[in-house]
Design a protein around this ligand. Structure first.
Ligand code: FAD
Length: 328
């Protein structure tokens, strides 16, 4: 049976594995201590935060078909929030998502989707792959020098800058991938002992150092401890990604207090996480980076434009291209 190594156990790596598992022997390698990548959930009991992806939409039939069984099992649910748009400190738009395109979330956290998809797969966690070498077959080396040999194919699903560090320059699409830039984002997590009386549960913010505020605890299946999840704007994040976290947290908390009109410094729990590669600019076409000569491929949300559905679609397209080429 064909042996395939997949680097990364975020949504694109797990979706790729899901499609290929009946056609090949799959081994995944994930540098973090668990699966999920950017569809992650931070646990700080009694508070929980989806500090990566907030929700997602399903606009293609393929993705809809993929998530339907998870909806049936209660692993994915629709989030019907009261939505507002702030122009800095002023609300300029209101909507109720119950009357709008469905927004979906994992239940009880975004990471549940990844955990479910990971069931039954052969995954090496805490394993950062640092080099790929090809003789008769592919050999991977991790940070501790451990070798993993005899793979017919390697598929990288790491964010584009990390994929460019790993993939050999002889890869047919190396130059295309190294040119795909990704942008930073800070996630501010706030847990409260009392609910804040807000007029919304989901908000986009423009003309501010913030871009998003959500009552994370309002999503279906969460605990009732009130939590806010705040994201910084792309401009602020890019300019401050290397700054001290305490300074960043204070700045984002001050701006959050000003936007929502409540002092968030009273929060019981506060922390900030910096994502160096959070998202990237929208791309119209999903490129397929498949080098049949080297038996090397890459996919990820960055192939399409940095969203959950984009991560899935990149994996789906890659699988279909491999099936056609390899007859797997
Ligand atoms: C703050 C934030 C907010 C977001 N909000 C939304 C949203 O509301 N809606 C939406 O649709 N999308 C959102 N996104 C984007 C969404 O999270 C991503 O599009 C999607 O999760 C990407 O999945 P992926 O598998 O392509 O990449 P990732 O989830 O990044 O997975 C790649 C995996 O590869 C691993 N890896 C990298 N290098 C190596 C290596 N050398 N060896 C081993 N493992 C490696 C990483 O640890 C990671 O787990 C958001 C992202 C962030 C960060």
């Amino acid at each position: 049976m064909t042996k395939i190594a997949i680097i990364g156990a975020g949504l694109s790596g797990l979706s790729t594995a899901h499609f290929l598992k009946n056609h090949a022997e799959i081994t995944l390698f994930e540098k973090a201590c668990d699966v999920s990548g950017r569809i992650s959930t931070r646990c700080a009991e009694p508070y929980f935060f989806d500090h990566g992806a907030q929700y997602f939409t399903a606009r293609t039939k393929a993705f809809h078909d993929f998530i339907q069984p998870l909806i049936n099992q209660g692993i994915i649910e629709r989030w019907s929030a009261r939505y507002v748009k702030f122009d800095r400190y002023q609300i300029i738009e209101r909507k109720n998502w119950i009357d709008d395109e469905p927004r979906y979330v994992g239940v009880p956290g975004m990471n549940k989707i990844a955990k479910h998809l990971a069931e039954g797969l052969n995954i090496n966690i805490n394993t950062k792959i640092v080099s790929l070498k090809r003789g008769d077959a592919w050999q991977l080396t991790d940070e501790s020098g451990q070798l993993y040999s005899d793979f017919d194919w390697v598929i990288s699903t790491a964010p584009s800058p990390q994929a460019a560090e790993l993939l050999p320059k002889t890869f047919k699409y190396y130059d295309d991938i190294k040119d795909v830039e990704m942008r930073a984002c800070f996630s501010l997590m706030l847990g409260f002992s009392e609910n804040l009386p807000l007029e919304f549960e989901a908000a986009h913010v423009i003309h501010s150092d913030l871009s998003w505020i959500a009552v994370n605890s309002h999503k279906p299946g969460r605990t009732d401890r009130f939590t806010l999840m705040v994201h910084s704007s792309e401009e602020y994040s890019e300019a401050h990604i290397d700054d001290g976290r305490e300074t960043v947290m204070q700045h984002l908390m001050n701006e959050t207090s000003n936007v929502i009109g409540h002092d968030v410094s009273i929060a019981d729990y506060k922390t900030v996480h910096g994502w160096r590669y959070a998202n990237n600019a929208k791309r119209e076409n999903c490129h397929i980076f498949l080098d049949q000569d080297l038996k090397l491929a890459a996919c990820g949300d960055w192939c399409l434009g940095g969203r959950v559905e984009g991560a899935f679609t990149s994996a789906y397209n890659l699988f279909n291209a491999m099936k056609e080429m390899e007859n797997i």
